[in-house]
Design a protein around this ligand. Structure first.
Ligand code: NAD
Length: 298
């Protein structure tokens, strides 16, 4: 049995930490949101009253936070992880954050005597619940190997990506593709409906044809087709439009740093931005179908 501190018990962190607890580990969780803390407790996580309490005596600390600014506050703040953890504790950030923030965390952790890896994930809330996420892990080889052992109960795939921040680089490129796929899936689904095709018949075809994608199989934006989709549930968030827009923005800024045109990504970012401007930042990003069918602007 290992001892884990876990900071950030939201849509992803709640289920991921529960899988560590289910595997027999001692998991102490902290979140600013009391409802998230209570839900995690129901999943077997011991609630902590502060970051200091969550990280005390931990073999590893996981963080699963919305953005770079939150990860920096949690690691570098006066009441944060670096100030309170023991340097033998391995630090594993699974949030999706910008490469500059990830570099800052790697550098600050190393300067304070810690081992740190960036270990973002793919697989959505359904993968988090099922313990079948893909982890992409960047950092020093020995830290990546040790982190992989701790990650195992949450993952179907654990892929070392190379040195510091390469996990985030992989994740940013992956999510650029995901969010473009989701937008294209929404357009195909709307057009299929207007051409008179049954929604399940069209999905059955596309899912075994060249229009297939993870977005189609997991987040199909038409209700009543795919059980894991937020469309069945009034677009209650599994991955918010705000976080989707954050991720595509990370790709755009990485493209600017590398002189990459990213014409399609830039266009699709404007679509997610329109969801946010319409007041739907907290809804699931698959609500992009409301742009595809014209009902958002109606
Ligand atoms: P979420 O908003 O549901 O959860 C984030 C949690 O962090 C919230 O409960 C919030 O209260 C907590 N938090 C924020 N600041 C904090 C602080 N200072 N101290 C303690 N807790 C704090 O987000 P999520 O969907 O779970 O995503 C988390 C990260 O994982 C994001 O970077 C996201 O991009 C990434 N991600 C999400 C998905 C998905 O499908 N939802 C999939 C892969 C990766």
């Amino acid at each position: 049995m290992a001892v884990f501190g876990w900071i950030g018990l939201g849509n992803m962190g709640g289920s991921m930490s529960a899988n560590l607890a289910k595997a027999g580990h001692d998991v102490r969780g902290f979140d600013l949101n009391p409802a998230a803390l209570a839900a995690a407790e129901a999943g077997g996580v011991k609630p902590a009253g502060s970051i200091a309490e969550a990280v005390a005596g931990a073999d590893a600390v996981f963080t699963m936070l919305p953005k770079g600014e939150h990860a920096k506050a949690v690691y570098l703040g006066g009441d944060g992880v670096l100030a309170h953890a023991d340097t033998r504790t391995l630090l594993i950030d699974s949030s999706t954050i910008d490469i500059a923030a990830a570099k800052e965390l790697h550098d600050a952790a190393a300067a304070a005597g810690f081992r740190f890896v960036d270990a973002p994930v793919s697989g959505g809330m359904s993968g988090a619940k099922a313990g079948t996420l893909t982890f992409m892990v960047g950092g020093e080889a020995d830290a990546v190997a040790d982190a992989s052992r701790f990650i195992e109960p949450m993952a179907a795939n654990i892929i070392p990506t190379g040195g510091a921040t390469t996990g985030q680089a992989a994740k940013i490129c992956n999510n650029l593709m995901l969010l473009i796929n989701l937008a294209s899936t929404a357009e195909g689904a709307v057009l299929a409906d207007r051409l008179g095709l049954d929604k399940k018949v069209f999905w059955d075809i596309a899912s075994v044809s060249s229009g297939d994608s993870w977005a189609l199989r997991t987040w199909y934006p038409v209700p009543g087709v795919v059980p894991t989709a937020a469309s069945n549930n009034g677009f209650a968030p599994t991955f918010t439009a705000e976080l989707a827009n954050k991720d595509i923005g990370l790709a755009i800024s990485a493209a600017e740093d590398t002189g990459t045109p990213l014409e399609i990504g830039r266009h699709v970012q404007q679509l997610y931005q329109r969801l946010i401007d319409a007041g739907d930042a907290g809804k699931d990003c698959s609500m992009i179908i409301k742009l595809a069918d014209g009902s958002l602007d109606a």
